[in-house]
Design a protein around this ligand. Structure first.
Ligand SMILES: *Cc1c(COP(=O)(O)O)cnc(C)c1O
Length: 563
């Protein structure tokens, strides 16, 4: 327990997240939200911010994606052994779920910065023999099961997490909720703080909502309505029991359904969206709330290819700690840039050969698309008009690399996985391409560095931020993306990349995408390599200094934690 003592003495902020991408072998994440939480933690360690992270053990992971011969997604559990990476702590707390006591034990993972400085991550575990067999699996499957399973997990995370921090002796001044999944934490805090002045009327205790608001920070991540957790009150009250009476919960969490976003909004004194544009959208979705914007960033040191890391080292020894120093990337020579890019591209080509069985070429540009496969991200936009795509390729040949998982319950998303395979197969003789299975941290690292063009075509305004384009830019990969999320801020036309949808309706995006490829992107790659290299330089020097998680966490610390 001695190292925990050091953590206890210095920790002041608790960051709650349903998922966190700590390392590829730990299957405690599904996608962007978890990768952001992981980059947040890595920057906290770099900057020595006094933060403890709280998440679930997720023994069975999220989803291991297998692709069947016909191109459809087959879902598998993705188990991992917590004991291989974390140590159990000698503490246990109970929470009530459906009238039963569910015991929770934490594991401690020590996340170390490059200089060895460590911050604590607590992985909550209910796989204990003390528990009813029904409850042992609550921390098994990330985003698995039905609504009751999800709410059970949120009780463990929000209410159990708060109790555990207290039981272990953490003195927390600020609680940061990464998305609404942890919103029950605010209710747990409420219960600890009866209103100092009001006398309980008719046996009802009133709570000090102001105290809770002063101590909670809420980051909302999704402008998609369906992305917000909402639970049927009858089911929720069955699980929550007498935790908080329904008539006290409803004014805070919504009259019709228990809405976790509402609950977090009402009980957090600092609320933010994850890009300027997303904050605007969130203000429209939730009128009456002050929603600020702290644009996401990525942990530069984790996402840069070793060949570029070497170049950066020669420019500014401190770049990993101060990515602002990468403004100096303007000084990289054409030869330096191109040979680093060659190394990254060769790694991607090797990976495509290994995982996709397709041989790609160094001398043709690689267009890459990788993210969660779901309707609003429109992964099939590029394939809207195959004849046009073939004509483009006939003039200026290119190659495609695609990856991404659909959530096991997202049938339209799964249909898209299948459709993407069908398109690639149809084009196979002409446009070399591959769909790489089981997108995760390791694959992302290779793809964001080795592509020539990073493609993103969501339906605006539904992309809250997006972060993979930031990782690409850091490696001199040029973004070709719909103007939404972070790209509104990062986009400088013909300098850092190309934007789609500056004007005109979303229904024109496919046309604009083809036009941009035909008239701007591909001719520049083939006919004006000097300007292409200039854009690679600008992509690094104008993007990396801004869209990194050191800057992001300095802003959270200054504006949200120290407010
Ligand atoms: C960065 C990353 C994401 C998020 O990228 P988006 O651009 O938001 O889609 C998702 N999954 C993995 C594995 C990542 O590395």
């Amino acid at each position: 327990m001695s190292t925990l003592d050091a953590f206890l003495a210095r920790t002041r902020v608790a960051y709650f997240s349903m998922e966190i991408a700590l390392r590829a072998e730990m299957h405690t994440y599904s996608g962007g939200l978890g990768v952001l939480a992981g980059d947040t933690a890595r920057s906290c360690a770099d900057l020595r911010l006094p933060v403890v992270f709280v998440t679930l053990a997720s023994h069975e992971g999220y989803l291991r994606q297998e692709i069947a011969a016909d191109g459809s997604q087959i879902d598998h559990p993705d188990p991992w052994r917590v004991a291989d990476w974390a140590t159990p702590l000698d503490a246990m707390v109970g929470v009530a779920v459906e009238g039963r006591t569910v015991w929770i034990r934490p594991w401690l993972y020590r996340l170390a910065a490059a200089d060895g400085y460590e911050i604590p991550v607590l992985l909550l575990d209910t796989r204990l023999e003390h528990n009813d067999p029904r409850d042992r699996g609550l921390t098994d499957r990330l985003y698995g099961g039905d609504d009751a399973y999800r709410l059970g997990q949120e009780i463990v995370l929000g209410i159990g997490g708060e109790r555990l921090l207290r039981a272990l002796g953490f003195e927390v001044g600020i609680y940061h909720l990464n998305e609404g999944h942890a919103a029950l934490l605010t209710a747990a805090l409420l219960k600890r703080h009866p209103h100092p002045l009001e006398v309980p009327a008719e046996g009802q205790l009133r709570y000090d909502t102001e105290w809770v608001r002063e101590h909670c920070v809420f980051t909302t991540h999704t402008p998609v309505e369906a992305g917000h957790d909402r639970f049927d009150y009858a089911m929720a009250m069955r699980l929550l029991g007498d935790f908080l009476p329904e008539d006290q919960l409803k004014p805070l969490a919504g009259e019709d359904r228990l809405n976790m976003t509402r609950l977090a909004l009402n009980l957090s004194g600092y609320v933010n969206g994850v890009a300027e544009r997303h904050a605007e959208t969130a203000r429209k979705m939730f009128p009456g709330y002050v929603v600020r914007a702290i644009t996401n960033g990525v942990h530069a040191h984790s996402w840069v290819h070793p060949a570029f890391a070497n170049l950066f080292q020669s420019l500014a020894a401190d770049w990993a700690h101060e990515p602002e120093e990468l403004v100096r990337a303007d000084q990289l020579t054409d030869t330096e840039l191109w040979s680093a890019h060659d190394a990254a591209k060769q790694d991607l080509i090797d990976t495509v050969a290994r995982l996709g069985g397709v041989k790609l070429r160094m001398d043709l540009p690689i267009l890459a698309f990788a993210r969660r496969i779901t309707g609003y991200k429109r992964p099939d936009l590029l394939f809207s008009d195959l004849a046009r795509l073939r004509a483009l390729n006939a003039r200026h040949p290119f190659q495609l690399v695609i990856a991404g998982k659909a959530h096991p319950h997202d049938e339209p998303g799964k249909a898209l996985v299948h459709a993407l395979h069908a398109h690639l197969r149809e084009l196979a003789g002409e446009i070399p391409g591959a769909f790489l299975p089981d997108y995760g941290l390791d694959l992302a690292r290779v793809m964001v560095a080795g592509a020539d063009v990073w493609l993103n075509t969501p339906q605006p305004p539904l992309e809250a931020s997006g972060t993979s384009g930031m990782k690409a830019a850091l490696n001199g990969v040029l973004n070709l993306s719909v103007l939404d999320g972070w790209w509104w801020e990062g986009w400088i036309e013909d300098v850092t990349g190309w934007g789609i949808g500056a004007s005109g309706p979303a229904s024109d995006h496919a046309n604009e995408l083809y036009d941009t490829l035909e008239h701007k992107v591909l001719p520049r790659y083939y006919q004006d390599r000097a300007r292409w290299l200039g854009m690679m330089r600008a992509s690094i020097s104008k993007t990396a200094p801004r869209f990194n998680s050191q800057r992001m966490m300095r802003r959270y610390a200054a504006e949200a934690y120290l407010r």
